[in-house]
Write a protein that binds this ligand. Structure first.
Ligand code: IPE
Ligand code: IPE
Ligand code: MG
Length: 242
């Protein structure tokens, strides 16, 4: 599969930094975990409507390699939310024909969560209406570091010749090897940064930063965001086409 972004006008692969759950909760006098729970409701909605908007690939940033710096209470709460989400959602993913994959370093996650992730990936392997990728304990630099380590081992073992390494080789060593590059990256909640999300893959993505907190990011805002994407002229380094 080619990992160049899609030339079509509509975004085939949308990636989302789901930010602002904590602030959403705090602003309402609730504890941060309540915001994460509402964030999960929004994940359900957006995953459900994505195919209606011609989205074939949806990638969501659920937990970063940096998020371990949060309080033990929040981290534990998030991990339990992930386990509950996977258990509850498996049936819906089968009904809606959604293939689920996880990217990120799994080795640092709990055993039960890892098992649930593998089971869901296996169960949904042949689904094709939507490709959902959940970035869990994901960091772009960490992903590249792990890829380089594996490439180094392949060189040492004689299976890879350094002279033959191309951009496609590197792509094929990333967690996202089988997934095309994102066309559009959306970040909610007003922060204008990428926070280590898909640095290699999103090199030529369009970005939309919205002030809306993730728990408030409903289908109408998704529709509006996709419309603004369609109005953009993606040139990939070529000269102006109009
Ligand atoms: C995003 O919301 C969810 C995760 C990082 C897990 P935040 O928890 O970062 O919410 P804010 O940015 O503190 O409001
Ligand atoms: C990025 O949000 C990670 C996720 C959405 C899972 P953060 O809230 O962790 O990012 P920073 O700390 O504001 O950069
Ligand atoms: Mg945040």
């Amino acid at each position: 599969m080619s990992n160049t972004p899609s030339p079509e006008k509509s975004a085939r692969h949308v990636a989302i930094v789901m930010d602002g759950n904590g602030r959403w909760a705090t602003a309402r006098g609730l504890e941060r975990l309540k915001g994460h729970a509402r964030g999960v409701d929004r994940v359900r909605e957006i995953v459900g409507v994505a195919p209606d908007h011609d989205i074939k690939y949806l990638t969501i940033f659920a937990f970063s390699t940096e998020n371990w710096k949060r309080s033990a209470r929040e981290v534990t709460g998030l991990m339990s939310l992930f386990r509950r989400y996977i258990r509850k959602e498996a049936e819906t993913m089968m009904r809606d024909n959604v293939r689920v994959r996880f990217v990120g370093d799994r080795s640092k996650l709990g055993k039960k969560l890892r098992e649930l992730m593998i089971d869901l990936e296996k169960q949904t392997l042949n689904n094709s209406n939507l490709n959902l990728t959940v970035a869990l304990n994901y960091g772009g630099r960490d992903e590249i570091t792990r890829a380089v380590r594996r490439m180094g081992n392949a060189i040492k073992a004689g299976g890879l010749n350094p002279e033959d390494i191309t951009e496609d080789t590197i792509t094929s060593y990333l967690d996202t090897a089988d997934i095309p590059d994102p066309d559009l990256v959306i970040r909610t909640s007003g922060e204008n940064r990428t926070s280590n999300f898909l640095p290699w893959q999103a090199a030529y993505a369009e970005y939309v930063f919205t002030p809306t907190a993730w728990p408030d990011f409903t289908e109408p805002e998704l529709a509006k965001t996709l419309e603004s994407y369609r109005d953009r002229d993606r040139r990939f380094g070529a000269s102006l086409s109009k």
